[in-house]
Design a protein around this ligand. Structure first.
Ligand SMILES: Cc1cc2nc3c(=O)[nH]c(=O)nc-3n(C[C@H](O)[C@H](O)[C@H](O)COP(=O)(O)OP(=O)(O)OC[C@H]3O[C@@H](n4cnc5c(N)ncnc54)[C@H](O)[C@@H]3O)c2cc1C
Ligand SMILES: NC(=O)c1ccc[n+]([C@@H]2O[C@H](COP(=O)([O-])OP(=O)(O)OC[C@H]3O[C@@H](n4cnc5c(N)ncnc54)[C@H](OP(=O)(O)O)[C@@H]3O)[C@@H](O)[C@H]2O)c1
Length: 417
């Protein structure tokens, strides 16, 4: 059987792609189905699908035009020889400028004004003790007051030496913006050497292969934003939403199996699943699998998003699991349906006594979704529940959640991003 991978992805088609949000929603979350055809690809619930996207053709065209290249020029990328257009379309990340490229501008942007190199800063730093603790950008600004004006040389020197300014600059720009702003010339080869290879994006699988033979399904939050008067967005999500045509466009995929984010082998064990937003994805798969397997472990799902009216993803399916008794409990947290925010951890706290009872009874606890805020807040809430309902002090509660449940018993499992 073929070993599909990032270097050798399976080329498939999307068979369904529809928006899950109701009218008036501020979000665009899609359910996307991929055919597995004759790939021989298999997966278990908890696994992720890796997708290798492509850049929008209009962005490739605009970039080639801004840089003055020939689209048919032959280049060699990590995927072999191809036209420059094809390489920019499918082999590299061109939707956001990288730091290496911005730093390379110091070699390209020149004018007759004073140019302050990194070496010069070092020379100045040594004899001038008072500047010893000054940052590079501070020194540059002291030596060159025109920096805050429109002097391009000063601007690129500042960007190359001030990490925060560089971060801020790259956040909202792509290569088209930068090439236009500084009117710089790069050969196609030079350019490809500086930019990043296109990376696969992972998506938690939202289906059980037993329930959906021959396909794999995802729940994808589309990333869109506007900067400098141009509509932009996430590379992979915009590709899936805007460019991929049903049953027509080739999409490169491969599986990313999990070792840890798995259902308990014993089907009589209870599980608690916390998955706000797109975090619902693996729990749709878990539920399908638990229904298919027919065990008697209880299932408790915490789900939430901005509003019940517009973000109740998979409503009919969830209601039928409830009606048929597959879902023992379903607890929602609609964050914007009232004046104060209600989040999944608000609900976990409210149900703390029962959550603790389930823990004592050996339940597994799963969390999926936002890593930066939600997962941290839920983690803290679990410790608070152990304190309040388990009668533990802070240290013991932390030890129980982080060491006992998570590391030793491996029944607190996370799929966060
Ligand atoms: C294990 C795992 C599972 C995942 N599962 C899912 C899932 O089930 N569903 C899902 O939707 N996602 C999931 N993700 C996230 C997914 O992999 C991608 O990161 C996500 O879809 C964005 O990819 P993209 O290519 O569209 O965006 P990218 O091109 O990678 O851009 C995303 C980045 O854009 C930047 N950005 C966001 N807003 C702005 C703005 N206004 N201005 C400038 N920059 C901005 C942010 O830095 C963000 O990180 C998962 C990730 C992991 C690691
Ligand atoms: N790494 C990446 O490239 C990438 C790409 C796309 C998305 N993401 C992240 O993945 C997450 C999933 O996005 P999503 O659209 O599915 O849902 P989401 O933005 O996580 O929102 C889902 C729900 O969680 C709520 N929420 C916000 N802060 C919270 C907190 N601290 N604790 C608990 N709940 C909180 C939201 O409420 P409110 O909105 O009302 O506050 C909303 O009701 C996002 O946070 C996003 O940042 C990452």
């Amino acid at each position: 059987m073929t070993n599909w991978s990032a270097k050798n992805p399976y080329i498939t088609k999307v068979t369904e792609c529809y928006v899950l949000n109701g009218e008036g929603s501020k979000k665009e979350t899609r359910h996307i189905v991929f055919a597995l055809g004759d790939s021989g690809l298999d997966y278990k619930v908890g696994d992720a699908l890796a997708v290798l996207a492509e850049n929008p053709p209009h962005t490739v065209d605009e970039l080639i035009e801004a840089a003055g290249w020939d689209r048919e020029h032959l280049v060699t990328s990590h995927n072999g020889e191809r036209t420059l257009w094809q390489a920019l379309k499918s082999d590299f990340e061109i939707h956001r400028v990288n730091k290496r490229f911005v730093k390379s501008l110091t070699e390209k942007v020149t004018n007759t004004g004073m140019r302050i190199s990194v070496q010069l800063i070092e020379q100045i730093r040594k004899p001038v003790g008072v500047m010893g603790s000054a940052g590079d950008s501070e020194i540059i600004r002291t030596l060159n007051p025109s920096i805050e004006n429109d002097d391009p040389v000063a601007k690129v020197e500042l960007l190359a030496s001030d990490a925060a300014k560089l971060e801020d600059y790259i956040w909202s720009r792509d290569y088209i913006d930068v090439i236009r702003e500084f009117n710089v010339n790069y050969s196609a080869e030079e350019f490809l050497h500086l930019i990043d290879k296109l990376k696969p994006r992972l998506y938690s699988i939202a289906s059980s292969h037993d329930s959906h033979p021959g396909c794999v399904e995802l729940t994808v939050g589309i990333v869109r934003y506007t900067h400098h008067d141009r509509a932009r967005g996430g590379l992979c999500t915009v590709f899936l939403a805007d460019e991929v045509e049903i049953d027509k466009t080739d999409v490169r995929v491969f599986m990313s199996p999990t070792k840890s984010f798995v259902l308990p082998q014993d089907k009589s064990v209870d599980i608690i699943m916390v998955g706000p937003g797109t975090g619902i994805a693996p729990f749709r798969a878990f539920m399908e699998q638990r229904v298919f397997d027919g065990g008697n472990g209880r299932n408790w799902l915490f789900f939430g998003d901005q509003s019940e009216k517009t973000e109740f993803y998979y409503k009919d399916t969830i209601e039928s699991w409830l009606d048929e008794g597959h879902l023992y409990k379903f607890t929602t947290a609609w964050s914007r349906d009232q004046a104060e925010k209600i989040y999944v951890q608000t609900r976990l706290k409210e149900h703390g006594a029962e959550v603790w009872e389930w823990f004592e009874n050996g339940a597994y606890f799963y969390i999926c979704g936002d890593k930066q805020y939600m997962a941290k807040d839920v983690h803290r809430t679990l410790i608070d529940i152990a304190i309040e309902h388990g009668g533990m002090n802070e240290d013991d509660a932390t030890f129980f959640i982080e060491k006992t449940m998570m590391r030793e018993q491996k029944r607190y499992l996370r799929d966060v991003y």
